[in-house]
Design a protein around this ligand. Structure first.
Ligand code: PGA
Length: 253
């Protein structure tokens, strides 16, 4: 049975104090409603927050994640944060290949693969992001683009590693724009993604992968998206910064 997951991607928002308030509201909600919460909740927070938030969280199914990691193991890489450093904090998930990293920071498939290998070696689960740009969808090339993003990386990832991976489909045109993919558009891409993994690995592995939808998920549209067969939860940006709204999204699964 695959896991349901609601993940918040705080991006470069909140100070540590603000982050502590936000995380404890969410943690308290999950702790108080443990029998009703059907998803694991992941908060992907800025590096500066990881240590303190990891210590603050009390609930078993609330996890603190990093939004990135260095592609290098250690050494003279000023400003970088290594996977070993994250692992030493007890971090269990890391977002990898987010479209903002691909577009603004040059995260190619090769870089993404290096980061993922380091994460697997340190028992941290990657949340691998893929998704097409608007012009690629308009040219009806979206299925091919996502397939290429996946195959370039997963051709080099073992079946065992794959079982410790979460996938997030995030159409770039839907991120931070208020334009969500329709449940039908999201479902057909999620099914496509599952078929790609069945082809690379096997049907059982494909059936067990959690595939999250991301891109303007909010309290209003979450329920309909999460009701789709191949959508196992969400990766939520803007709406994860307000405790009430994020909690409503958690309740929608
Ligand atoms: P959004 O961001 O929910 O603000 O569109 C999602 C993401 O980038 O992970």
């Amino acid at each position: 049975m695959r896991k349901k997951i609601v993940a918040g991607n705080w991006k470069m928002n909140t100070t540590v104090d603000e982050g502590m308030n936000l995380a404890s509201e969410i943690d308290d909600y999950v702790l108080d409603n443990i029998d009703d919460v059907k998803a694991d909740v992941i908060l992907a927070v800025p590096y500066t927050h990881l240590f303190v938030l990891r210590a603050l969280i009390e609930t078993e199914n609330v996890f603190i994640a990093s939004q990135n990691c260095s592609e290098f193991e250690k050494g003279a890489y000023t400003g970088e944060v290594s996977v070993a450093m994250l692992s030493a904090l007890g971090i269990e998930y890391a977002i990898i290949g987010h479209s903002e990293r691909r577009q603004l920071f040059g995260d190619t498939s090769e870089v993404i693969l290096k980061k993922m290998q380091l994460l697997y070696n340190n028992m941290i689960m990657p949340i691998f992001c893929c998704g097409e740009k608007l012009e690629e969808r308009e040219q009806n090339n979206h299925f091919n683009v996502v397939e290429k993003q996946i195959k370039e990386v997963f051709a080099n990832i073992s079946a065992e590693q794959m079982q410790n991976t979460v996938i997030a489909y995030e159409p770039v045109w839907a991120i931070g724009t208020g334009k969500t993919a329709s449940p039908q558009q999201a479902q057909e891409m999620h099914k496509h993604i599952r078929n790609i993994f069945a082809e690379i690995y096997n049907k059982q592995i494909a059936d067990d992968i959690s595939i999250l939808y991301g891109g303007s998920v909010n309290a209003k549209n979450a329920k309909e998206l999460f009701a789709c067969d191949d959508i196992d939860g969400g990766l939520v940006g803007g709406a994860s910064l307000k405790a009430d709204e994020f909690i409503t999204i958690i309740k929608s699964i």
